[in-house]
Design a protein around this ligand. Sequence first.
Ligand code: URA
Length: 262
Amino acid sequence: MNPSDLKSHLELCRRLGIRYISTGGASVRETEASSTPETFLDEKPLSPAPPFISSGADGDVPPWLTVSAETEEAKRLTAFDREICGCQKCPLGKTRTKFVFGSGNPRARVMFVGEAPGADEDAQGLPFVGRAGQLLTKIIESTQAFKRQDVFICNVLKCRPPGNRTPQPEEVEQCRPYLEEQIRVVKPWLIMALGASAAQALLRTQAAVGKLRNQWHDLGGIPLRVTYHPAALLRFEGYKKDVWADMKELTAKFQEISQNQK
Ligand code: URA
């Protein structure tokens, strides 16, 4: 990559909140992200995310990993990704471009779960890298408590449904064990379900987001909160205050658990 491309790539990473980029070895570059509360819809949409600078020369480090590959959890998730990335359990295996495992910190305290990869995610093999993903980064970082690279982000479905249609129940059932294993390995303190598909799949309910918000759910001992999907927020700005309220609840719970750990 020439120096000016590299500079604009690093600038975009900084705006996306990606502070550390694997360069294939031990060295990393800090890109210094910042954001303020409640600003996540006030800025102009960002241009599409570029591909990550990824993978060590030996290809051992997956592009979705934002922290050290040396932890037990990182090793387990990396091995699991390798095991399932060729999945053909449902017809989406034939139509996808890339399998989208998830991204972030395998030891994250907070996990965000979306619906399924869209066109940008399918092309890049990474979750939430399109417009909704850029908004998700702002939402996460607007709390000032979390950085995108510190949390773990994944979807109920690991492959894009053609035309971004809603996942079908059989697809959710085929993919469910993958999400369950990710939750078992990461063992997050908290889960945020983004939108109806994620909330309904995780909580095994048909209820609407409006009914599931504003309360803590228990997912096998993990407190789970439901909020609107960032794509819904892009279509209807009126959800902004609700999403902000949900993120404040998440942050408060996170701080409460942190205090109790001391
Ligand atoms: N929407 C999702 O639910 N997941 C993605 O990864 C991108 C858009």
